[in-house]
Design a protein around this ligand. Structure first.
Ligand code: 3HC
Ligand code: NAI
Length: 697
């Protein structure tokens, strides 16, 4: 049973006990109803306390039950809350740690609420693409006032319990804040409440006071609509609150329920829930159990104070971990240090960081030119030039100076981590930590597992990733790892489409309309077209049998490296980042088609999106088949957190499932028949799943 029942001083204590977060799954709901019945029929009990065991009061409805029969199996959460409200003996919710979603809705049904300070209170349903479906949109405005409630519901953001004690124009959320032991005080509170005359107060009976509710709701509707274009849930939250304001509690409740049932079926909600679980699943490595011991990481060293080294360093300083930063020359160190400080100062200017915190973070940073200063480091991350020879020098040196058991990590984006590990006599301690630029901002961290990387090294870096707030995804060793290997096929298609009849602005527009933050050509102009050029030159030598369009090379031959040279696929006005279509480039593309004997044709936006996205899907499928990624959701997390794939579509693999693999396979086979079709070797898993109606997720 997911609920414990005990009595104390004539008070029944119903304790939700469904680890890890006391989700309100079917067995928990059943337990609460049984507990209420038992307490009400026991003459020795005068009042009831509901609380949660472990690290939460409750994290809300059990999300894993959504869209399964269990979700609607009685007692539903609505029934549970009704039973709480109906209880003849007063019910006190004793809240600590976390009360979210259905957990808070349950507490709102109680007659009284007492909270420990520091508890996180939220209705975060909107982050899962739904709305509070058990009365939250009706009761919270009655508890803390219309404006505060709407804000909490539409953003889903947590608020500390002490900020909600008797706040707002209404009576407030909590009747008392615990000063000492929560349960002791809740039991004492309940005994006193039992002495009061029934009926005991219910939030549903409070009035929503607001001088201009209609005007405020209209304003909210406009603001929310503008801010949540791809997501239906936030606007539905406003609608449900408005229904309660205009038509009263009961009708509002019915409307909220309808909205919930509608939203939970939407692809956006499915995508957001996929991302929620995908992020947590990514931290689990199939053959590295959670019991794997970890190494202690107290001191970090970073080698190279360039673009990546500086950003990587900031992650650790932000988390309070001291960093020693090593360079070859004092000027490089000074430059790196100045950039770090400048980045922090920009945050101070925006009010995101205090001047004291800036100094506290800088105080954790030590710079050096001496390798001896790396002796104490528990984790050393290399971010030097992307040349195997340079990496060799660095790792041989590290092998000499690093203390036994130190983790030696490389931020390489293209080199073979196994080769790098072989430069040392301790390949078990070597791992790839592939940060994305800007490393202090981007959420994604690809953890590259070499053939010898020790399990405790993996367990440790996954833990560290959490500490520095990254979404870590494990990748095996291959060219480009998960993300860049897939993007290569995407870019390959983008270039072919230029050759066949599209222009950069059309390709970018189509895929940005699909939801990508930036199309391939704007992105390439931002990153620098010379980077891809260098990689392609290497490819032409290493893989001469693979065909590529050379149109991007022509662009680079013109010196158009992108924003940094003021010209790339687009023109740029000095000091501006706006991409302006370039007649010169467009003419060059048309001339290139002629030169390679391709008759240009009109390419539809639909074809652009399919070819770009299915190129990702097809390569992602191969990555899964080879075991480079251990699950499809890992690939989705890489694309959601590192490549600007639209969150509301859930990542390339979930998107493929949504479109249906039969349709994906059919399109791939069709494109394989077109000119440049040799880029489409259908992945066997795509073909198989298309045949048997299966999905990646
Ligand atoms: N349902 C099912 N599982 C849940 C869950 C939930 N509501 N909340 C958390 N979990 C699971 C996680 O998947 C994870 O499982 P795992 O160990 O197998 O990976 C485990 O609990 C621990 O979660 P975290 O790693 O996130 O633990 P933290 O301690 O860092 O955070 C938390 C705890 C703040 C509760 C965080 O998990 C969270 O934000 N959960 C989601 C809360 C939420 O969205 N609630 C609303 C649910 S919808 C609802 O209530 C509908 C209602 O209105 C009808
Ligand atoms: P960068 O050129 O900006 O910085 C490299 C720094 O390393 C320079 O400051 C250089 O002085 C220093 N350095 C070179 N040899 C050294 C040595 N032997 N000892 C100490 N310092 C040394 O390069 P960037 O862009 O920061 O890249 C670094 C690494 O990160 C490369 O492996 C690159 O592939 C990888 N990477 C780069 C990304 C990017 O977007 N720039 C993204 C992800 C990974």
């Amino acid at each position: 049973m997911a609920v414990d029942y005990t009595t104390r001083d004539g008070v029944a204590v119903i304790t939700l006990n469904n680890p890890p977060v006391n989700g309100l799954g079917h067995s928990t709901r059943t337990g609460i109803v049984e507990g209420l019945g038992r307490a009400n029929s026991d003459p020795a009990v005068s009042a009831i306390v509901i609380t949660g065991a472990g690290k939460a009061f409750s994290g809300g409805a059990d999300i894993t039950e959504f869209n399964t029969p269990k979700a609607t199996q009685e007692p539903t959460l609505h029934t549970v809350i009704k039973e709480v409200e109906k209880s003849a003996k007063p019910v006190v919710a004793a809240i600590h740690s976390v009360a979210m979603g259905g957990g808070l809705e349950l507490a709102l049904g109680a007659h009284y609420r007492i909270a420990a300070p520091g508890a996180q209170i939220a209705l975060p349903e909107v982050k899962l693409g739904i709305l509070p479906g058990a009365g939250g949109t009706q009761r919270l405005p009655r508890a803390i006032g219309l404006e505060a409630a709407l804000n909490m519901i539409v953003t889903g953001a947590p608020v500390l319990s002490e900020k909600l004690a008797n706040s707002g124009p209404n009576a407030g959320l909590f009747d008392a804040m615990a000063q000492g032991d929560l349960l002791d005080e809740a039991v004492a509170f309940a005994r006193k409440a039992a002495d009061k005359q029934s009926p005991h107060p219910l939030v549903r009976n409070r009035k929503i006071e607001h001088p201009n509710a209609e005007g405020f709701l209209q304003f909210s509707r406009n603001t929310v609509a503008a801010m949540s274009k791809h997501y239906p849930a936030p606007l539905k939250c406003v609608d449900a609150i408005a229904a309660g304001v205009k038509q009263g509690f009961e009708k509002g409740l019915v409307f909220e329920r309808e909205c919930f049932l509608e939203l939970v079926q939407t692809p956006e909600s499915r995508a957001l829930r996929h991302a929620f679980f995908g992020e947590r699943a990514a931290s689990k490595i199939p053959d590295v159990p959670s019991s794997t011991p970890t190494r202690e990481i107290q001191k970090v060293a970073v080698i190279g104070a360039g673009t990546m080294g500086g950003g990587i360093t900031m992650n650790f300083l932000n988390a309070g971990v001291p960093v020693t930063l090593l360079e070859t020359k004092q000027e490089a160190l000074d430059r790196g240090l100045a950039t770090i400080r400048k980045n922090y100062e920009a945050q101070v200017k925006k009010g995101k960081l205090t001047a004291e915190k800036l100094e506290a973070r800088m105080a954790l940073l030590r710079t050096t030119l001496s390798w001896d200063d790396l002796k104490e480091a528990d984790l050393i991350i290399e971010a030097v030039f992307e040349e195997l020879g340079v990496k060799e020098q660095v790792f041989k040196r590290l092998d000499e100076v690093a203390k036994p058991g130190a983790i030696l990590a490389s931020n390489t984006s293209t080199l073979d981590v196994d080769k790098i590990a072989a430069f040392t006599k301790r390949p078990q301690d070597v791992v790839g930590l592939h940060f994305f630029s800007p490393a202090n901002v981007m959420k994604l961290l690809e953890v590259v597992r070499g053939k010898d990387t020790a399990k405790d090294v993996l367990a440790t870096v996954m833990q560290i990733a959490k500490q520095i707030r990254k979404t870590a995804v494990v990748s095996g060793v291959c060219d480009g790892f998960i993300g860049n290997r897939m993007i290569e096929q995407y870019v390959r298609q983008a270039l072919y489409m230029l050759e066949e009849g599209a222009l950069p602005a059309q390709v970018d527009r189509a895929i940005e309309k699909f939801g990508f933050a930036m199309g391939p050509f704007r992105m390439s102009d931002l990153a620098g077209n010379d980077i891809g050029w260098a990689i392609r030159k290497r490819r032409y030598q290493e893989k001469p049998d693979i065909k590529y369009s050379k149109v991007a090379d022509r662009l680079c031959e013109l010196g158009r490296f992108g924003q940094k040279t003021g010209a790339g696929w687009y023109d740029y006005k000095a000091g501006e980042r706006n991409a302006l279509p370039s007649k010169l480039v467009d003419d060059m593309i048309v001339a290139y088609s002629k030169e390679v004997g391709v008759e240009r044709r009109k390419i539809s936006d639909e074809e652009i999106v399919e070819r770009l996205v299915y190129a990702l899907v097809n390569e992602g499928a191969k990555i899964l088949e080879e075991g480079i990624a251990s699950k499809a959701s890992d690939i989705d997390m890489v694309y959601l957190t590192g490549y600007g794939f639209p969150l509301w579509r859930g990542g390339p693999m979930l998107y493929a499932d949504t479109v249906g693999l039969y349709n994906v396979a059919r399109a791939i086979r069709r494109y394989a028949q077109q000119p440049n079709g040799d880029a489409w070797q259908i992945a066997s898993s795509v073909a198989d799943l298309a045949g048997n109606g299966g999905t990646f997720n």
